[in-house]
Structures are given as structure tokens and as C-alpha cells.
Design a protein around this ligand. Sequence first.
Ligand SMILES: NC(=O)c1ccc[n+]([C@@H]2O[C@H](COP(=O)([O-])OP(=O)(O)OC[C@H]3O[C@@H](n4cnc5c(N)ncnc54)[C@H](O)[C@@H]3O)[C@@H](O)[C@H]2O)c1
Length: 280
Amino acid sequence: MAAPIPTLSIAEEANATTTLGRRSVFDMMRLDGKVAVVTGGAGGLGFAMCEGLCSAGLAGIAIFDLVTDMGEMACQQLREDYGVDARFYRLDVRDENQVQACMDASVEDFGKIDILICSAGVADLVHAEEYSAAKFRRVIDINLNGTFYCAQAAGKHMIAANNGGSIIFIGSMSGTIVNWPQPQCAYNASKAGVIHLMKSLAAEWATHHIRCNSISPGYMDTPLNSSFADTLFGEWKSRTPMGRLGKPEELAGAALWLASPASGFCTGSDIIIDGGYTAI
Ligand SMILES: NC(=O)c1ccc[n+]([C@@H]2O[C@H](COP(=O)([O-])OP(=O)(O)OC[C@H]3O[C@@H](n4cnc5c(N)ncnc54)[C@H](O)[C@@H]3O)[C@@H](O)[C@H]2O)c1
């Protein structure tokens, strides 16, 4: 295997020539020496994106999640399969103090943070007229407020280190369209909020060389949806031009591209990966 290219500093990236020179585009997607935090990385899409980053030479990865046994197992698998330094931190993203404490601890353990993926999230289906304030608030608290607390905690460290970074928000096609026929107004509103939060932070933090982008999946085959396999999967597939749900690993390439210098001029963008659902 060819020796990995050294990670470019911000100044080197800014002064990079306009040609690839001797680098292949795959070299630009290497993450050697970089450290990532992935919230919700214990399972589903978060874990698939962890694998995507680790496959490109990531040095360290911190999984932040609510579920300890799954998080520890995920870290063990990443250590075994990729030889990466993977560590688990338990938190509820709704608690800003826990978020700050875990971010501080992981930066202490790994020495820095270069990449954050905010994948922790929940969904529930409740008709608007029946939504209790507590249930509505829970979805917004986890999906939107929790995402902000994580981005803020990572952003503080990135700004202090003055070495830039990449923050990848996990939105949803539900942030731009309304899913049908199931009722999910809190989820849809939370994801619209995540996408606009991403754009706001992209603008605010561009001068700190912190890029913010989002990935917005369509219907994906993960535990988040598994309880709807018998009732809604048929309808969802029929509304998706590709006629199927997405596989978690089909997000890994986009996550790696956004995390890496290959996407160096991309900030404030939402990448919809939905099998064509929102195209029609
Ligand atoms: N699966 C889909 O079809 C789909 C589509 C669009 C967007 N998304 C989004 O992708 C993200 C990941 O979804 P998934 O399908 O992998 O779901 P998942 O349920 O498989 O994984 C979500 C992870 O988030 C963790 N989590 C939940 N609440 C938490 C909290 N309060 N604090 C910390 N961790 C918490 C869970 O423990 C779990 O590991 C979510 O933000 C979801 O909204 C999923």
C-alpha cells in the first residue's frame, strides 16, 4: 500500500495548487492523523459513517451515544476491523452539560477534534392534534437542541485550536419535504431546523475554517424504522423511484467526502441521498 500523504494544515490547504499534482483524488479523501466524534455512532447510520471514516485511515474516533453496551461493542468492532483508537462516551445529547463534559474528555484523551458527525436522533409518529407538549419537546430536544449542543461544544474546541474542522449534520429529506402518509410534524420540523442550523453555523464559522454541511437521507433500513417494516415499508418503497430503502453504508462515501479535504470548498450544503424520493 502507498504511504499515506501527510495531513495538510489550513494554510497549506489554502495555498494548495489548482491541480491535483501527484495526488490522486483518493489521496485527498484520506483522514490519516485525524480525530472524529460521532454522536449516535453506536448503531444504524452513525456506525456506518464511523466505518467509512475509519476505512480512510482515521487515527481516533469517539462514539457519543445513550446506549452503553452497543457503543462499547461498536468501538470494539472498529478497533478490530480498522486498528483505530476507538473510545465510547455515554451521554444524552439533550443535556448540554453532559455534551460539554464528553467533548472535553474526548479532546483530552485524543488531543484534538477534527471532525464531528451529529447522527443521534429519534423519530415518532403522532397526529398533530394529539401531540403532547412533552412528546413534541422530546423530539426537538434530541434532534435539534442536542445537535446544537454537540456542534457548539466541538466548535469551541476547533476555534480554540485554530486548525479548522468539518461538522456533518444529519438532517433528513423530512427537512425539506413532508413525508406521507405517516404523521411526524415534530420530526419534520426538527430536521428543517437542523438544516438551517447547519447553514447558520457554516456562515458564522467559515472564518475559523470550520466547514458545516448536512447529509439528508431518505428512507433507510435501520433500527429507527424497523417497527414500520410490516406497515409502511411497502408504501415508502412505492414512493421511492429506486423502489427500495437505502442501506446504511450508502451514506459512508458522502460522509467521508464531507469530512475530508476533498470537499475543501464545500460548506453550507445539504446533500440529499434518498433514492430519488424528492426528485418527483
Ligand atoms: N433511518 C432513516 O430512514 C433516516 C432517514 C433520515 C434521517 N435519519 C436520521 O439519521 C440519524 C440516525 O438515524 P438511524 O436510522 O441510524 O437511527 P438509529 O435509531 O439506528 O440510531 C440512532 C442512534 O442515536 C442514539 N440516540 C438516540 N437518542 C439519543 C440521545 N438522547 N442521546 C444520545 N444518543 C441518542 C441511539 O442510541 C442510536 O444509537 C437520525 O438523526 C435520524 O433522524 C434517519
